[in-house]
Design a protein around this ligand. Structure first.
Ligand code: PEP
Ligand code: MG
Length: 597
């Protein structure tokens, strides 16, 4: 068996029937399968006992199969005998056995669960086999695996807490199904079938866990133990999310949990300080399904639409019409004053469907985003055509990611103009006030911001990458997270320089990195005079509340003070204390780090 196959990310759209976000491991609930119990082994002693138990179940299964084979020996046809031989071979297969033992050891889980994982592993491998007949042989592995599980269960009959601590993935869930679960320990539901009034929906609402139903084929895509995100608010399920997406959803989840009723009540009040400084508030989205939530949380517009998901999880590249349909669901929607569409920001690690993007050792600094677009102009044009066409329906801003030098923005603008001219020649209606912006997320862009400002209508500071590149910290490497600090003096200087230069040139400066949605940073960003803050929708109510309860003057004072400090530790300590005293209800002491990650 090959080592771990790179897991493919899937985005599935169903019906969100119970709001909230669950992130965790999937558990495939299948009524016809023997129930697979799950429990952790607390010490090494139990692990070796469990391996012995597994080996014993193997022997018993083999004995049973040999008995069946003997009974069949008198038959005239040989086919069933061959099948029995194949099954016995699988039972003795070293890779099958070793993989299961490895799971028991490494995950400290019971043998039934480990066998289930091995079956899932084989399922993945067989799915890659081109020949139909050979691919169908997976059923033999499944058959043998289930026999072993039944033999294991023979020793330990009771089903232990089905689905505890997991997200249950099933075709559908009947009252009988949920009755056998420790339901209060389940994290979420995702089912193939069902509607708003299905049992799954009712149970999920009652126990307040996120649920998405009507996903059609989720049970054939997900394997037990896959990472999975269930967003019951937008009806989306993401299987095997990439690490950044997982982090973002974990943040969304945290924010969702923190939102209190009274924030939502005031969510639509404008973000204006007591001394009348107005900040535009945008929502960051990845899917058009998130728009109702963005509006409900108080977004004035969309400050960042990450378009990457239009591309991944598909065999063919998206057509212009598919792009257009996506943008039409956003641009000009009631309740949104503007929409910022970021052209795609993909690197080889995310873009499974296209061989042109080779696997790169260091994709964060590789051929991604605008660099890739300028190499694959035809592909880039398809997206631009669609965005410009959609601009006929409402205020549109186009944002180019990862700009590191002036040539890139000039080249991107040239292509934009070519596309626009082509559309005009064809007599296709388009918006006449499309704005062009660059993401400021590479330190070199800050250094030449005065030059860039002459080329564009606005800047949007992407602190997620800017911090990563300025401080040389991989944003998804948890071993260096402690160094990932938006309040680092270098980061603050980079932001200040960008805003000052942008304003001198008379253009708007927005921020769409996660820092924009961190309550601890809000007064600092106000002091820096950002014109727009765009963030995860669920963070908006809190940020707006802070803005409404302070003044520009007070924020500038705070900024002035912290700009004299030389370390991020000093700055964080000072700002957090300040915010805690100033907004005690928003910064409960026990939750301080969570509120300002
Ligand atoms: C950023 O880098 O801050 C940003 C908003 O873009 P992304 O997180 O998509 O890289
Ligand atoms: Mg970025």
């Amino acid at each position: 068996m090959s080592s771990d196959v790179l897991k493919k990310t899937y985005l599935l759209k169903g019906i969100g029937v119970s709001p909230g976000i669950a992130t965790g491991k999937a558990y495939i609930f299948n009524r016809s399968d023997p129930q697979i119990s799950f429990y952790k082994l607390s010490d090494a002693n139990l692990v070796s006992k469990e391996i012995k138990r597994f080996k014993k179940a193997l022997k018993e299964s083999e004995k049973e199969l040999l008995e069946v084979k003997n009974k069949l020996a008198n038959l005239e046809v040989m086919e069933p005998l061959y099948i029995m031989d194949v099954h016995i071979m699988i039972l003795r297969d070293k890779k099958f056995i070793n993989h299961t033992i490895k799971q028991i050891k490494e995950m400290s889980v019971n043998a039934e669960w480990a066998v289930g994982m091995t079956i899932d592993k084989y399922k993945e491998i067989f799915a890659l086999v081109e020949d139909d007949y050979l691919r169908g042989r997976f059923s033999d592995v499944q058959y043998v695996g289930q026999r072993i599980i039944r033999n294991l269960a023979g020793e330990k009959k009771e089903v232990v807490n089905v689905g505890e601590g997991f997200i249950i993935v099933a075709q559908d869930l009947s009252p009988a199904d949920t009755a056998q679960m420790k339901i209060e320990r389940v994290l979420g539901f995702a089912t193939d079938i069902g509607g708003k009034t299905s049992h799954t929906a009712i149970v999920a609402q009652a126990i307040e866990i996120p649920a998405v139903v009507g996903l059609e084929s989720i049970t054939s895509i997900v394997h037990t133990n896959d990472d999975i995100i269930v967003d019951g608010s937008s009806g989306l399920v993401i299987v095997n999310p990439d690490p950044e997406m997982l982090i973002r959803y974990k943040d969304k989840k945290k924010d969702y949990q923190h939102i209190q009723e009274d924030f939502l009540k005031d969510a639509n009040l404008p973000a204006i300080t007591k001394d009348n400084y107005r900040v535009e508030i945008g929502g960051n989205i990845e899917f058009s399904e998130e728009i109702p939530s963005a509006i409900a949380h108080g977004a004035n517009g969309i400050g960042l639409y990450r378009t990457e998901f239009i591309y991944i999880n598909r065999e063919q590249l998206p057509t212009e019409e598919e792009h257009f349909a996506n943008y039409r669901r956003i641009i000009g929607i009631n309740g949104l004053a503007w929409s910022t569409i970021r052209t795609f920001d993909l690197g080889g690690d995310k873009f499974f469907s296209d061989p042109k993007l080779a696997h790169e050792m260091n994709p964060q600094m590789g051929l991604r985003a605008i660099r890739f677009c300028l190499k694959e102009v035809d592909l880039f044009k398809v997206q631009l055509w669609a965005i410009i066409r959609a601009s006929a329906y409402g205020k549109t801003r186009i944002l180019f990611p990862m700009i590191s030098g002036i040539e890139e923005i000039r080249e991107a603008k040239k292509i934009f103009c070519e596309v626009k001219d082509e559309l005009l020649t064809r007599g296709i209606p388009l918006g006449n006030d499309v704005e062009i912006g660059v993401m400021i997320e590479v330190p070199s862009a800050v250094m030449i911001a005065d030059k860039l400002a002459r080329e564009v209508d606005f800047f949007s500071i992407g602190t997620n990458d800017l911090i990563q590149y300025a401080l040389a910290i991989d944003r998804i490497n948890e071993r260096v997270t402690y160094l990932y600090e938006p309040l680092h003096p270098a980061v603050l200087r980079l932001i200040k320089q960008t805003v000052d230069v942008g304003h001198e040139a008379g253009i708007r400066v927005a921020m769409c990195g996660e820092m924009a949605g961190e309550p601890a940073c809000t007064m600092i960003l106000l002091g820096l005079e950002l014109d727009e803050l765009s963030m995860n929708p669920s963070a908006i109510p809190r940020i707006k509340k802070i803005i409404r309860e302070t003044t520009l003057e007070e924020s500038k004072e705070l900024l002035k003070r912290i700009m004299t400090f030389s370390s991020s530790v000093e700055i964080r300590g000072y700002v957090v204390n300040y915010m805690r005293e100033r907004f005690p209800e928003l910064f409960p002491p026990s939750n301080l780090r969570a509120a300002c990650p």
